[in-house]
Ligand binder design. Structure first.
Ligand code: SF4
Ligand code: SF4
Length: 286
């Protein structure tokens, strides 16, 4: 599908006609900051929101509402004749829609996919509404804090993966001739999200998706989350000795990094292959 890269001055039909048609049949992944804000807007705890309205331990918003546009199911947060029930806490993907966003080599790109502007088919009337430039649209949607959280979680994902590398490369496990660890890293990249969630287990899933943190600043929120995850790992894995224990710990930590990656919209299969190659270049075997 064609990707149209935009700049902040581009003017597009970005005034929403409010039919709600784009709240049907979508896949919306979530990071822990977004779960926290959705829950707050719903006046629920993060745990209650996660358990009722998301899949795979919190990384995907449920779309199990009544069927509507094109016979597709509505988002779990969509209320007929009203719209989004969590408007102020809606995730980044909904704030950006119909735009997408990508961070590459520290550069942010906004874009839309397809030959024609995505709103034109579900809501042809948008062409008659005010056209906005991308910069003004993003300000109006208050994306900034959510973009910061998303980028900080990408760093946290890498920090978690780094820990899996340390458990493999810096403990003597790779030098022992271990081949199972990288084989499992690769396998996990291709696993279904429900399988990966099962592999991670409830305790770590809770730590990953519903941390007990209530910082208003996204960077402070993710920084606390980073410390929480890394100190929990240190506490549990700091004293491991046997190669089998180190192997299991490296696999578990990598499964958490890959699950978070999916919640951030990354491709776990490509990432796992990338990380396996790096580990092999540093002496690990598969
Ligand atoms: S498809 Fe576009 S115009 Fe239609 S409801 Fe969604 S954002 Fe608004
Ligand atoms: S969270 Fe709100 S805006 Fe996003 S898809 Fe659901 S109902 Fe629509």
């Amino acid at each position: 599908m064609q990707t149209n890269i935009l700049n902040l001055q581009n003017k597009l039909p970005l005034t929403c006609s409010r039919t709600g048609n784009c709240c049907f049949g979508k896949i919306i992944y979530l990071n822990p900051w977004e779960v926290f804000h959705l829950a707050k807007e719903k006046k629920l705890t993060s745990r209650e929101f996660r358990d009722s309205y998301s899949d795979f331990g919190g990384i995907r918003l449920k779309f199990d509402g009544k069927k509507g546009y094109k016979d597709q199911q509505a988002c779990s947060q969509y209320t007929a004749n009203f719209g989004c029930s969590v408007h102020l806490g809606r995730p980044l993907a909904c704030r950006l829609y119909p735009l997408g966003r990508q961070l590459q080599s520290e550069q942010v790109h906004y874009m839309y996919q397809g030959d024609e502007f995505p709103c034109l088919e579900p809501c042809p009337d948008v062409v008659n509404l005010e056209h906005l430039n991308i910069g003004d649209y993003l300000s109006g949607q208050m994306t900034e804090a959510f973009e910061k959280a998303q980028d900080a979680y990408l760093d946290l994902m890498q920090n978690i993966a780094d820990l899996a590398f340390e458990l493999l490369l810096d403990t003597g496990l790779a030098e022992s001739g271990d081949k199972q660890t990288l084989a499992l890293w690769r396998k996990m990249g291709a696993e279904l999200p429900e399988v990966l969630a099962e592999r991670i287990g409830q305790e770590w899933l809770d730590c990953l998706m519903i941390p007990d943190i209530s910082e208003k600043d996204p960077i402070a929120f993710v920084s606390k989350h980073n410390n929480l995850i890394l100190s929990k790992a240190q506490e549990i894995f700091g004293t491991l000795q046997s190669h089998q224990e180190l192997h299991e710990a490296s696999v578990l930590i990598m499964s958490i990094a890959l699950h978070l990656a999916r919640g951030l919209g990354a491709n776990p299969k490509e990432l796992s292959e990338f990380w396996v190659d790096i580990a092999k270049n540093n002496g690990a075997q598969e």
